[in-house]
Design a protein around this ligand. Structure first.
Ligand SMILES: Cc1cc2nc3c(=O)[nH]c(=O)nc-3n(C[C@H](O)[C@H](O)[C@H](O)COP(=O)(O)O)c2cc1C
Length: 200
């Protein structure tokens, strides 16, 4: 099948777009408001965009609390979601008012990052401590702003739980990283294989 995605007449029961761009890693964004309030929310429009220096991004549909806090304090943590924390991650996505602490609402313990003034999720198998580098409002081809905010950040410090490292490598068997598919679906990697890059 083919369809014009601006008209979006795909004829399916649900818009397939997010099921096509899948699996997406989940950045579980920890941040702090200028008023000192703690905030936590999952973003699957999330990824790494450079590794030297290390840059990451997340995108928000509208100016949600995580974006507001990034504007106010200029820092955020990215907490990676292991399967054991999937229910807490989901709970933290509820539309709480600004100032409500989603760590507390989700039964999680927070603690201060090492290098930045933002909270992290205790028990996350990896955490990236980030300083905001840009907050961009992406445009459409008509030059209009669809309401999305793209936050990029430079990774300043990285936490890794020792027990997910096996023979010097992070083990997907141990992390049980949760990723987002389309619809209400999620995935955990079960089948890892290795391919060597070609040499000329
Ligand atoms: C797995 C998952 C992924 C999500 N990804 C996004 C996303 O990429 N962008 C977005 O705007 N909202 C996303 N949401 C919804 C936000 O988490 C939700 O709106 C949350 O209340 C925002 O919190 P905040 O206002 O504290 O930032 C996602 C929710 C879940 C459960």
């Amino acid at each position: 099948m083919f369809y014009n995605s601006n008209e979006n007449q795909h004829g399916l029961a649900h818009d397939p777009f997010k099921a096509i761009v899948a699996p997406r890693p989940i950045g579980w964004i920890g941040s702090k408001g200028a008023d000192g309030s703690l905030n936590l929310a999952p973003y699957s429009f999330f990824n790494a965009i450079a590794d030297d220096p290390k840059l990451v991004m997340f995108a928000s549909g509208g100016k949600k609390d995580s974006v507001r806090n990034c504007e106010e304090t200029g820092v955020f943590s990215v907490n990676m979601v292991g399967f054991s924390q999937v229910d807490a991650m989901n709970q933290s996505s509820a539309p709480y008012d600004h100032g409500v602490d989603e760590f507390e609402k989700s039964g999680l313990t927070s603690r201060q990052c090492e290098l930045i003034d933002a909270p992290l999720v205790v028990g996350a198998f990896a955490v990236l401590e980030c300083k905001v580098t840009d907050i961009i409002r992406p445009k459409t081809i008509d030059g209009e702003h669809p309401g999305a905010y793209l936050v990029t950040g430079q990774v300043m410090g990285i936490h890794i739980q020792d027990d997910v490292i096996v023979d010097g490598r992070i083990s997907a068997d141990k992390t049980q990283t949760v990723s987002r598919l389309g619809y209400m679906d999620y995935a955990v990697v079960k089948d890892v294989f290795e391919i060597k890059r070609p040499k000329l």
